[in-house]
Design a protein. Structure first.
Length: 224
């Protein structure tokens, strides 16, 4: 669909191990509309992470079409893909991947500075996002001084810092206990909706998937 923030057509990915070819993605057609939060549901090993790596432009070797924010990614060179990834995408992983030597605020400021923001504006944006996630009193704490849930909230703020049209989240609460996972997911969904971004969220948890706008299921390399 032409107005989708993410659109894939015929997306395929295979891996060869010795004489065996493993077909992980077998022609995935997917549209995510602006502002829509879509759950990508499937068991471990179903190819969810592979699909997110493809649409996140994180590695090559894929066949098919990937359009992000109206741009066809498959025709771009490395610099073009990097530019599209920087300007159109935000990422949240199962493990937060925060920079340990920087505090919560700085972890959200840095991607904005890389994106060209002024320091004062970046700090204000970081404080606004972290405050919305209940971390207003934890701005100066380094990751080692934050709980797992707090670290993941910082990762969510970092993903949204540059106001990407699309956020990709790979099991964003998979490393948290159930109660913390519920809280962090609720805050993530509220913030994404408030920011007007779209999101594609990979999960194996049916209960969490049901909280999103739409669920698509990945089975044997195809969406159902």
């Amino acid at each position: 669909m032409s107005d989708a923030v993410l659109s894939t057509r015929g997306l395929k990915r295979s891996f060869t191990q010795g004489d065996v070819t493993i077909h992980v993605l077998r022609g995935v057609d997917l549209d995510v509309m602006p502002g829509e939060i879509v759950a990508l549901l499937g068991p471990s090993g179903s190819g969810k992470s592979t699909l997110l790596q493809a649409v996140g432009l994180l590695e090559g070797g894929f066949e098919g079409s990937i359009r992000i924010a109206g741009r066809e990614a498959s025709t771009l060179d490395d610099n073009g893909r990097t530019d599209l990834r920087r300007n159109a995408l935000g990422f949240v992983y199962q493990f937060h991947h925060l920079l340990p030597e920087f505090n919560a605020r700085e972890n959200v400021v840095l991607p904005q500075l890389i994106h060209g923001a002024e320091t004062d504006a970046a700090r204000g944006r970081a404080e606004q996002l972290l405050g919305a996630l209940g971390l207003g009193s934890r701005l100066d704490h380094r990751p080692s001084k934050l709980s797992g849930g707090e670290q993941q909230r910082v990762a969510v703020a970092r993903a949204l810092a540059n106001k990407p049209p699309l956020v990709l989240a790979d099991e964003p609460t998979g490393n948290l206990d159930e109660a913390t996972a519920d809280t962090v997911l609720a805050e993530f969904l509220s913030l994404v909706r408030g920011e007007g971004s779209a999101a594609l969220v990979a999960t194996h948890n049916e209960r969490l998937a049901a909280k999103m706008d739409r669920v698509v299921r990945l089975h044997e390399g195809q969406l159902q």
